[in-house]
Design a protein around this ligand. Sequence first.
Ligand SMILES: Cc1cc2nc3c(=O)[nH]c(=O)nc-3n(C[C@H](O)[C@H](O)[C@H](O)COP(=O)(O)OP(=O)(O)OC[C@H]3O[C@@H](n4cnc5c(N)ncnc54)[C@H](O)[C@@H]3O)c2cc1C
Length: 416
Amino acid sequence: MRYSALAIMRQVLNGHRGWTPAWRDPEPQSNYDFIVIGGGGHGLATAYYLASEHKAARVAVLEKGWIGGGNVGRNTTIIRANYMLDGNQPFYELSLKLWENLEQDLNYNAMVSQRGILNLCHTDAQRDAYRRRGNAMMFTGSGAELLDTEGVRAMYPYLNFDDARFPIKGGLLHRRGGTARHDGVAWGYARAADQRGVDIIQNCEVKGFRIENGKVLGVETTRGYIGAKKVGVAVAGSSGRVMAQAGMRLPIESHVLQAFVSEGLKPVLDGVITYGAGHFYVSQSDKGGLVFGGDIDGYNTYAQRGNLPVVEDVAEGGMSLMPMIGRARLLRMWGGVMDMSMDGSPFIDRTGIDGLFFNGGWCYGGFKATPASGFCFAHLMATERPHEVATAFRLDRFKTGRMIDEKGMGAQPNLH
Ligand SMILES: Cc1cc2nc3c(=O)[nH]c(=O)nc-3n(C[C@H](O)[C@H](O)[C@H](O)COP(=O)(O)OP(=O)(O)OC[C@H]3O[C@@H](n4cnc5c(N)ncnc54)[C@H](O)[C@@H]3O)c2cc1C
C-alpha cells in the first residue's frame, strides 16, 4: 500500500477500515543469504539498502524486542553533517543527502526538518576552532556560516548573552542540519524493507553464533537456529555482549545517555541550539515540548534509565543558556544505552570471522548516521569492500594508530 494524500482520502471515505499493517510478521525461515542482527535504525537501514541497492532477495532482520524500542526511538532526533576530519565529514554529508530524500525514497513521513543547527561559542579560541570546522564543512558541500554575537542575537534574543562567565561570542550555523522523528525513521525503514521482501522478525534474540573453520554459518536464537551466508551485527549498546558470543572483545564501552522533554510551550525555538560552554543541546518538537539532553551518566551500564545527578547537570546547563527554561516543567525523561568507542568514532568493518560483519561504536551520534550507516554497511556486506566514505571506520585502528579523534562527535568516554 502506498501512502499518499489520495490514499488518506480513500480511507476517510471508507471509515479507515482499509489500512493494512505497515510490515508483515513472518515466521523465521531456516536460512537466509543475509541476516542483520538488531532492528534499530542501522539494522533496518542496512536491510533496506541490501534489498533496494544490492537486490538481495533473502534478507532477515532479527530483533530481540520490538522495532523502535532501542536508541532509534530514544534519541533527541538531531541530524547534521558538521564534522571536521576526512574520515568522518564525507560520510556524514552522504548521510545528510540521504536524509534529504528519505521520505520520498521510503514513501514515509519521517518528519525530516532542516531547521538549522547553531553551535554557540563563548571564547575566541572556540570561535577559531569553529571557523576551521566550518571550512571543512564547506569543502564537502555541507555549508556553514559563522555568526557574530549580533547574528546570534537576531535569531535567539532570549539567550543569556551577557553571562559574565560564558558570554556568547557567536556561533557556527549549519542550516541543512535539523531534526527527524526518531521512531518514524525506524518504522519507515521497516516498512520499506518489508515491501522489498525483507523478513523483519521481532522477539527473536540472538544468543550465539555457529562458527566452523573460521566461517559463520548462522545464529542461535530464542526462536531456533537460523542459517545465513553472511551475518551483520548492528546492535548499538549491546555490541559488546553480542560480539562476545563470537569470541570478540571490542574497543567499546556501554554507557547510559538520557533525554528530556518539557511540557508543551508555544513556539519559541525554531532551530537546534548547542551550548558551547557546557554540554547541553535543545530543540522544540512539533507538539511544543523542549527536547533536550546533555552528557552521558558516566558509568558502564546496560540499563535503559539514568540517574538524578545528570538531570541536575543538564538542567543547570539549560538554565545558564536560556534562563526562561526554568519556568517550564520537565514532563518526561528516559535513557538509552550508548556504544561508546574510545576515539568517539564508529566502526563499519569486517571481522576476523569469514562472513561476519560489525557496525557499532556510534556513541551518542548515531541517529544522524542512520541512512549512511545502513548504506555503507549494506555495501560492505554485499561487496566485501568498504564504501569509499567509510574506509576509516576500521576495527584495528587502535592497533595501527589511525584513530579519528573528532571533536564533532561530542565528549568521549576516555575523557570522563
Ligand atoms: C538519549 C539519547 C539521545 C540521542 N541523541 C542523538 C541525536 O540527537 N542525534 C544523533 O545522531 N544520535 C543521537 N543518539 C544516538 C543514536 O540514537 C544511536 O547512536 C543510534 O540510534 C544507534 O543505532 P540503532 O538505531 O541501530 O540502535 P538501536 O535502536 O538501539 O538498535 C539496536 C537494536 O539491537 C537489538 N538487539 C540487541 N541485542 C540483540 C540480540 N542479541 N539479538 C537481537 N537483537 C538485539 C536491540 O533490541 C535494539 O533494538 C542519542 C541516543 C540517546 C540514547
